[in-house]
Design a protein around this ligand. Structure first.
Ligand code: UD1
Length: 357
């Protein structure tokens, strides 16, 4: 069996690492790995392939930047040619990026069955490009691998019915697999982090709805500066697109700004943090998996079980809510119930499911 995997953006490299390892250890299955090029800086891409032992991509389309339509359209064209050339049995896509949608759409048009990992998530906000990408990808997929029961229920309410040519399965979250596996190697890996304060708040900020809306960005920068100057130091690995917008807007973030961190350094940062403040999807789960409270700078989250379990709070782009939430939650004892994201074997389950169907 030949699996054609499409990746392009940072969180997909982490997820693909889990499946690629499972595929490599299994007889009778071969992977063709395609990088769309969406993320291209070494510290947004190459570092993950190196650190997580992901095989080098068989093809790199080197498509990045530009408007969403142009980026997605160029990827669609490039992926279609590769699919015709490689003639795979299955196309495997992850998450909700433009690379995910382009991979799914190219495969659907060629009638190649699609496996979507991280299916069924919804923010119910169609202004987010990720929401559009994930809804469309789910609706053309053959296998919908859900990370949670909430995701399964979302699909049910959209009319997905389990059937002969449609599988909706809760396998758990591959990011949990990644943390469990790579944590065991952490001590032997070199850190590239600069010296950091002993106690700090780990923050990331890159969502389009925050970074490209100057009003929201101004409110968040103001809040983070207040947190950093008055409550506790903020350590922020800065996404290149946020760096560009900040430079162009003249806004100044007072935090400890560091380069985007590789996978192991991110595990270290999570381990050492007192609290996580983010607008990333993945980091919300990673905070939970490291027993840290997470304050989410968004109006909705796909990971509603974190809110229901009292370990995540939405503050939108509201300066006052952000600052108040940080002061309240900094030394908060967490009511953790582990197990929201499966047992750390999502990768094997996904592969054996595809192979047996
Ligand atoms: C993308 C995904 C988002 C995911 C995020 C993870 C979409 C619609 N969004 O958002 O779901 O959470 O990746 O990081 O696919 N840039 C660089 N170097 C890089 C990568 C990006 O300079 O290595 C800059 C470019 O100017 C680019 C901009 O960042 O145009 C935005 O990158 P893009 O891939 O469009 O979106 P992300 O914000 O990274």
């Amino acid at each position: 069996m030949k699996i054609f995997t499409v990746v392009g953006a940072r969180p997909q490299f982490v997820k693909a690492a889990v499946l690629s390892r499972a595929i490599n250890q299994t007889d009778g299955v071969e992977e063709v790995l395609v990088h769309t090029g969406q993320h291209y800086d070494a510290n947004m891409s190459k570092v993950f392939f190196d650190e997580m032992d992901i095989p080098s991509p068989n093809h790199n389309l080197q498509i990045n930047g530009g408007t969403h339509g142009r980026m997605t359209g160029r990827m669609l064209e490039g992926l279609e040619s590769l699919l015709l050339e490689e003639a795979p049995d299955v196309v495997l896509v992850y998450g909700d990026t433009n690379s995910t949608l382009a991979g799914a759409l190219a495969a659907a048009k060629l009638h190649i069955p699609i496996a979507h990992v991280e299916a069924g998530l919804r923010s119910f906000n169609k202004r987010m490009p990720e929401e559009v990408n994930r809804i469309l990808t789910d609706h053309v997929s053959r296998w919908l691998f859900c990370p949670t029961q909430v995701a399964v229920e979302n699909l049910k309410s959209e009319g997905f019915v389990q059937g002969k040519a449609l599988d909706v399965v809760n396998v758990g979250d591959v990011m949990n697999d990644a943390i469990q596996y790579y944590s065991t190697k952490l001590d032997s890996k070199k850190s590239h982090l600069p010296n950091l304060p002993e106690k700090y708040i780990l923050t990331t900020l890159h969502r389009q709805e925050n970074v490209q809306d100057i009003e929201r960005l101004t409110a968040l920068v103001k809040g983070l500066n207040q947190v950093h100057n008055e409550i506790a130091p903020v350590v922020l690995p800065l996404h290149p697109s946020t760096a560009k917008t900040l430079a162009n807007s003249g806004l100044k973030l007072d935090a400890h700004l560091i380069e985007p961190a590789g996978y192991y350094d991110m595990l270290r940062l999570l381990k050492g943090a007192s609290l996580v403040v983010t607008d990333s999807g993945g980091l919300q789960k990673e905070a939970y998996l490291f027993n840290k409270f997470c304050i989410t700078m968004r109006d909705q989250t796909e990971w509603v079980e974190l809110i229901e379990n009292g370990v995540n709070e939405l503050v939108g782009a509201n300066t006052e809510l952000l600052v108040n939430s940080v002061s309240e939650k900094l030394n908060f004892e967490l009511p953790f119930s582990q197990g929201l994201y499966g047992d750390g074997h999502a990768g094997e389950k996904i592969l054996s499911h595809i192979m047996s169907h």
